[in-house]
Design a protein around this ligand. Structure first.
Ligand SMILES: [Mn+2]
Length: 360
């Protein structure tokens, strides 16, 4: 059953239905707890996070996996679609021993739990587990989430999926330990830009405080996750940033800055695609543009686009219009054609995505 979006006024059902952007209801939490508690003895659990996993996807998944292990779940796998390559910055995460290649994931687990995916398509070739599993639970915080799980814990107000994970672990009676806390801290600091973004609420800092109280070392973790990259990546960034273009008239004068990186760029500097994830943070510094974009060529020849906004433009509207998703300040999609054609499409959508309460 789906919750009507908005819905007509009047009628008991319409009045009882929560607004779509409300967080999980108590019934949702209870159903999620029951899905874990009702696992058969020796039940198989498959954890899946989204393709090209970032810190929130991996950290949320592995933190929850370590929590399930504490509860005595023994037949437990964690995975993500595509090649089973964990980006270098995350290779020190606790719980990595739970990871299996997508090709080895249980075909029909008793329970599947998905992390940080706004839609089933973000699970790639593993999306079929939503049908074949005994129960399907989705934990997420994207406003554009399609409620693709059979049980959905989606909180668009949560700064990271790890906030939802911590809420479920608490309801399952799992106390935080240093391993779980490190995973959740990586997730939380990734999605808040190291506690710099608007989503950094008092609740975020309260959760960070509980995580740090387990004894994890934030300096070591941040250096490893955010401040370490191969020299080849430093040179690659120099080249890609050198070709950035500023378009002050775009987005009705709020400005657009963008650049692109090709597979050839990666090959020339002997770098893996994940190193480009951090590129947007250098591009979005541009004072003269509200919107920033990095257009990254995929091995298949498409373009994976990362977009950021400082507030005048809702980039999730641009992303959704072009087949992707995300948040108001951070969103993305995959496009085909040339990089210039992809940017043409973005430019055309930008004017329609100006927010009603633009601050600039
Ligand atoms: Mn996230």
């Amino acid at each position: 059953m789906t919750v009507p979006s908005g819905g007509p006024a009047g009628g008991a059902l319409a009045e009882a239905a929560p607004p779509v952007d409300a967080g999980p209801t108590e019934a949702d939490w209870s159903a999620a707890v029951a899905a874990v508690r009702d696992l058969p003895p020796e039940g198989r659990v498959l954890l899946i996070c989204h393709v090209n996993p970032d810190g929130d996807a991996l950290g949320s998944m592995l933190g929850f996996g370590l929590g399930l292990r504490r509860l005595g779940v023994r037949r437990l796998q964690a995975t993500f679609p595509g090649p089973p390559e964990v980006p270098e910055p995350f290779r020190g995460l606790p719980g990595l021993d739970l990871l299996v290649p997508a090709t080895e994931a249980y075909p029909d687990p008793d329970l599947v739990v998905c992390f940080d995916a706004a839609s089933g398509s973000r699970l790639g070739e593993l999306a079929d587990r939503l049908e074949t599993a005994g129960a399907a639970l989705a934990l997420d915080h994207h406003a554009s989430n399609t409620r693709f799980g059979r049980i959905n814990l989606v909180d668009p107000h949560a700064a990271a999926t790890s906030v939802v994970v911590e809420g479920l672990l608490a309801r399952l009676g799992v106390a935080l330990d240093a391993g779980i806390a490190e995973c959740l801290y990586v997730a939380l600091s990734t999605d808040t830009g190291s506690f710099r973004f608007e989503a950094t609420t008092p609740a975020v800092h309260e959760l960070a405080a509980r995580l740090l109280a387990t004894g994890i070392r934030p300096g070591d973790i941040s250096r490893r996750i955010f401040d370490t990259r191969p020299f080849g990546a430093v040179r690659l960034f120099g080249e890609v940033l050198g070709r950035a273009r500023l378009e002050p008239a775009a987005a009705a004068g709020h400005g657009l800055v963008w650049t692109y990186a090709t597979q050839d760029d990666l090959a020339r500097h002997d770098q893996r695609p994940y190193v480009l994830e951090a590129l947007i943070d250098s591009v979005r510094c541009t004072a003269e543009a509200d919107v920033s974009c990095v257009v990254k060529q995929t091995p298949a020849g498409d373009w994976a686009v990362s977009m950021r906004s400082k507030g005048a433009v809702d980039v999730s509207r641009v992303a959704v219009a072009l087949g992707g998703g995300g948040h108001r300040f951070a969103a993305g999609f995959t496009g085909s054609g040339t990089a210039d054609e992809v940017v043409d499409r973005i430019r055309a959508e930008l004017d329609g995505a100006l927010t009603a309460v633009a601050r600039h």
